[in-house]
Design a protein around this ligand. Structure first.
Ligand code: AGP
Length: 608
């Protein structure tokens, strides 16, 4: 989603800003722009399309040592040069904005009545004019910004520069992340720590309704009433190497292939085979608390939600507790009936998803304990939950989630194991799960060796127009995630059903053109799934089966078979998902889509 980078220091600002935008590209965007403070003037350059087009249009050798820049992901108004940020007002003020100004129409009408001319279709442009309007009634750019923001309904991560105060950048946050980076006599602004790689690991996170005045190497924080706020900078672990595809054609493939390592990292120091339990330092829950929960509630969006659905099957079996799973976007506006004694688990790669954050805040307001299963260290969700488990999957750059999804399921297993061992799970059962998890990185490595075979299969079916993924039990949510991945990156219409549900409606879709991906490894429901597979075969669809190595029976029924080794049921959904990641990836490559930055999608969805 939209990205912000700002710089004020003694080096030429343009290359720093452009490189910062390049690091933010993975978030998804459709246009980009930069505003430089140079010799008493504001120089603004914007382009629709990629950062490289902007890079060609700016003078990298320009003398300016301060400026702000932005990648835009269109919400209000098409992705055009005019709608790109920065937005300016009278050549005096320039702003870049992440978020949505919900009352922009009302503010715009007032500003138009006051004589302001609008040149874009965006909600963000009102911020530039509103700040300029406040400046006209006296005071400095800080006072003008705080005054303007008290009138704004909505969310913002905002950076402002003003021609008349060229030695400062103003930053403000409500609901959209923003951090200040500090280094000697230089100060950076970024919506995402990735943009600071190579510059500094000393950061200050802005909280909601805070405004910062950034000068060279210094900052000052106030709230919207101009009251001082004190906050020390902290050292963060920067996601080094993120911009490097490591020899792969796409970040997505790199991230799929990294999974033996990312799972190893997520498990490091967390498994005790002697006690058959997981050690999770960040839960902030006592043993009596862990024993006392009567229900679990798992909330997320997209793949994080699907990981929660996989988790439901695993956690209910492990803990004996009922587990509800909810889309954050639905949960936040429902009237949920929340039983006391519910442990709430918020799942998010980025830790910045607006709906998931809103759900978490609602849960806290209702007094329920919240845990975050989060990948990005220091993200808003990670900072605001009562406790949690970092996924340690490493930076995930490709918009489509792969290694983070795997890590989310692993984290739920670790959590379930911990709770279950404080309840009824026996030592022997606990040790069985520890052994299965301990062996998981090796199994993943073996499954990923089948990439060339999956590539060849993908080439055969890449022309399909519709796909249906089918599975039973915990492989049903894996089917949902498989279909989600195919949709996201190859733009093929894909659906998923529990295999036993087909005859209740979905069978009507089956014809010779439909691609069916059937998950039928040799597990407890194999016989049931196999007979569902026969039904699909009888209707002549293009059938790929995912089965267990050595299953000759399946090989006779399906046109193509992808195999996984026989594994413990505790890790089967994780293992079965890997070939589906590869299948979606190679189909997308065959179809020539923008694999790492699929159209209309953003890596982290920080607006509703
Ligand atoms: C996954 O491939 C998607 N990009 C998307 O569904 C994602 O999982 C969802 O937006 C949630 O993101 P989060 O994990 O950062 O909260």
């Amino acid at each position: 989603m939209c990205g912000i980078i700002g710089y004020i220091g003694h080096q030429p600002a343009t290359p720093i800003l452009i490189n910062g935008l390049r690091r933010l590209e993975y978030r998804g965007y459709d246009s980009a722009g930069v505003a430089l403070l140079e010799r008493g003037k504001l120089a603004v350059t914007k382009r629709a399309g990629k950062v490289e087009q902007l890079a060609c249009a700016v003078d990298e050798a320009a003398a300016a040592t301060a400026g702000i820049a932005h990648t835009r992901w269109a919400t209000h108004g098409r992705p055009t040069r005019r709608n790109a940020h920065p937005h300016t007002s009278g050549g005096r003020v320039a702003v870049v904005h992440n978020g949505i100004v919900e009352n922009y129409a009302e503010l715009k009408a007032k500003l138009q009545a006051a004589g302001y001319r609008f040149t874009s279709q965006t909600d963000s442009e009102v911020l530039a004019h509103l700040i300029d309007h406040k400046l006209a009634s006296g005071g400095d750019v800080l006072a003008a910004t705080t005054a303007a923001l008290t009138e704004v309904v909505g969310t913002f991560g905002l950076a402002v520069v003003c021609r008349e105060q060229p030695d400062q950048l103003i930053a403000a946050r409500r609901g959209s992340p923003l951090l200040i980076g500090l280094r000697a006599d230089e100060t950076y602004l970024a919506s995402d720590a990735t943009a600071l790689v190579g510059h500094t690991d000393q950061v200050v996170y802005l909280e909601d309704d805070e405004v910062a005045v950034c000068t060279r190497g210094r900052y000052r924080l106030v709230d919207l009433q101009n009251r001082e706020r004190a906050r020390q900078s902290r050292t963060i672990e920067l996601p080094l190497g993120t911009a490097d595809k490591g020899g792969y054609d796409h970040f997505l493939l790199k991230e799929i292939m990294e999974q033996p390592q990312s799972v190893t990292d997520g498990l490091r120091g967390r498994l005790s085979s002697a006690e058959g339990i997981s050690h999770l330092g960040g839960l902030n829950l006592t043993e009596p608390q862990l024993r006392g929960f009567g229900r679990l509630l798992v909330i997320g969006c997209g793949s994080a939600y699907y990981s929660g659905l996989v988790g439901k099957y695993l956690l209910e079996r492990l803990t004996g507790l009922p587990v509800d799973v909810e889309f954050a976007s639905e949960f936040r506006y429902r009237q949920p009936v929340l039983a006391p004694g519910t442990l709430c688990v918020l799942v998010s790669q980025s830790g910045e998803t607006a709906d998931t954050l809103a759900a978490m805040r609602e849960l806290k307001r209702r007094g329920l304990p919240t845990l975050g299963l989060v990948n990005v260290v220091g993200s808003s969700l990670a900072r605001e939950v009562d406790g949690g488990i970092y996924l340690h999957a490493g930076p995930e750059i490709s918009v489509a989630s792969t290694k983070a999804f795997t890590a989310q399921v692993v984290a739920q297993l670790l959590l379930g194991l911990k709770i279950a061992r404080h309840r009824d799970l026996s030592l022997a059962e606990g040790q069985e799960i520890v052994a299965a998890l301990g062996g998981l990185p090796g199994v993943i490595a073996r499954v990923l060796e089948s990439a060339p075979r999956i590539k060849a299969i993908a080439a055969k079916y890449a022309g399909c127009r519709q796909a249906m993924y089918l599975g039973r039990d915990s492989l049903y949510p894996v089917a949902l995630e498989g279909a989600h991945k195919l949709k996201e990156i190859s733009y093929v219409q894909a659906e998923a059903y529990p295999a036993g549900e087909m005859k209740h409606g979905a069978n009507a879709l089956i014809d010779e053109e439909l691609l069916v991906v059937f998950l039928t490894p040799r597990n407890a429901l194999y016989a049931k799934a196999r007979s569902n597979l026969e039904e699909v075969r009888a209707r002549g669809s293009q059938l790929i089966a995912l089965g267990t190595q050595g299953d000759q029976d399946i090989a006779k029924l399906a046109r193509d078979v992808i195999t996984i080794p026989p594994v413990s049921p505790w890790i089967e959904p994780i293992v079965a998902n890997l070939p589906l990641q590869l299948l979606a990836y190679y189909m997308a490559v065959e179809r020539g889509t923008d694999v790492d930055q699929p159209r209309n999608l953003a890596k982290s969805v920080t607006v509703e």
